[in-house]
Design a protein around this ligand. Sequence first.
Ligand code: GAP
Length: 447
Amino acid sequence: MDKLVSLAKRRGFVFQSSEIYGGLGSVWDYGPLGVELKKNIKERWWRSMVHERQDIEGLDAAILMHPKVWEASGHVAGFTDPLVDCKHCKNRFRADDPRIKGTPGQPDAQCPVCGSKGTLTAPRQFNLMFKTFMGPVEEQAAVIYLRPETAQGIYVNYLNVQQSSRQKIPFGIAQIGKAFRNEITPGNFIFRTREFEQMEMQFFVKPGTENEWFERWRAERMKWVEGLGIRAEKLRWHQHGKDELAHYAKDAYDIQYEFPFGWQEFEGIHNRTDFDLSNHQKYAGKKLDYLDPKTNERFVPYVVETSAGADRTTLVVLCDAYREEEVRGGEAAEDGGGEQRVVLKLKPSLAPLKAAVFPLVNKDGMPELAHRIHDDLRRHFNVFYDDGGSIGRRYRRQDEAGTPYGITIDGQSTQDQTVTARDRDTLKQDRVAADKLVDYLTQKLAG
Ligand code: GAP
């Protein structure tokens, strides 16, 4: 993991937030390559969820919502972690921290940091929502929360969306947006952070059909994840046991990935029943039922939710793409003894940069032609121009960035207007006419 974190910084994928001030705990910034990678993942999700389907509409609800939303959703009462404090060293832990020996609150309990015995308090519930104040007065009546999930913005808008888009149940609403949680044990780079982005879709169905839709969405979501190019053996399902289910869920399955720190979830499919809509109906005092135009029946829909983290999915993609290889003379050296390279084998359609353009040397007309080719390509793809250092070093930098193609302009190029296109994964080079490069790359990058 350390190697990936250091590559992410070196190549401009992810930086620690406020680094010059020593960083802010578990908050990260995306650099020039990271923002492109995450954007490509989000766009792929939006395309498959919203544009390619007729039964899902998009939404961009505000982060700040009426505070009653979070009472109705159960987050004020139930979105908590049990915490214990050490009265001696003042450190705070989750009550289920495996490093704690004994039972917190009892004389035998031992603090995992200072080792004191009997200094751990009994567990107390700590709410994970960030609180702030709306308006100039910092008083209880002005308390407002940063949303801990995007889903609630969808529930409170479901009739607005349904009526304005003239959708009929079953239909869904999709949203990508920021969520905030004051996590107690954050960590593992961008895996668990305090500010993150979710890609959530709530599918509204007739009660009684939710199990069938649950299975359909499980299949759809796994297909989408596999489409990111993730190795199948690194993916698995995990069904929540009774003690793991969130307060709103009747059934839940996680898609897990085998990260360097173990199997962990990065997306969940949840059967939320009518829990949220019924509660909003109660708390807001507004009817949220749906009139079925065919049967004239009125009902509060059930909800099947697909909830993915954009940052966690980005981490899955990065972990899965990271390879260390031996190469010799432009070929994979399976017998060892070659030169080491670090390469991100990103699916080309997800890669932040699609190609890099290199003049072999900075003379003899090569830079001029290389600039012309770069200008031409950048109208179609995100491409990079690099004339610094040996050609080998330039290839290595782009391997680490996950750039699928390296386009080199050499002595022959200025004679016959052809260039070499080097494939990041096979290291094979094709000779391509400069005026056919856009077609060549379009075909190679599809998928
Ligand atoms: N609306 C349902 C919901 O929020 P969740 O399992 O709490 O369900 C869904 O979160 C997804 O959001 C997770 O699978 C994960 O990808 C992402 N996520 C949740 N908490 C996160 C955190 N602290 N940091 C990064 N991603 C997080």
